[in-house]
Design a binder for this molecule. Sequence first.
Ligand SMILES: [Cu+2]
Length: 206
Amino acid sequence: MDTRRRSSPRLTLPSILLIVTVTFLATLAVRGAIDGYWGGGAPPSARKVCADETLPSGIHQVDYLYLSIFTNAQTGIDFYQPANFTVPSHTLVHFTIENHDNGSSTVASEYGQVCGTVNDTMDWGNVTTSQVDPADVSHTFTITDGPYVGFNIPVPPAPRSGSHSTVVTFTAFFNDTGTFHWKCEANCGETQMGVDGKMSGLFTVI
Ligand SMILES: [Cu+2]
């Protein structure tokens, strides 16, 4: 009997399965590494700041920013006031957004999520929440470039009766300075969507 022939490597079924499995896992690992480096695996609105915005120590300064959303009674155009604004870096900024528009729009589900605030939450009335029904968002405040891309606040509509506005508040901090773009990602009307001074503008950190 030729023992050398018996001891030579042979492609048995288990070894073929092993090779296929190892090759598959290696392919996944390489693709994951490439995607992680180039961001190819992330959704278009990669949320760099959405994962864990727990409050860092060493930030003692506090500032406040008040934004309103109005509807022009004559044109029907909705707009943020102000649309261009500046906040200080290394400072806890308490935001208030008061929405006087009672119209609602649909948004992609990701824009129903609060993203980038401390704890990724906001206060809506007496409720602390991390999301709004994407079928019932009035407007969003969404940063679209720079280190805060993906920062997102879904703003609910004002009540149709009773109170004339809805107020959301949230706290955030921004340590990288620069001027960045924000826009409303809701389908709130062609006359204002993406229009600077209406549903988009500049967000500056100094
Ligand atoms: Cu809008």
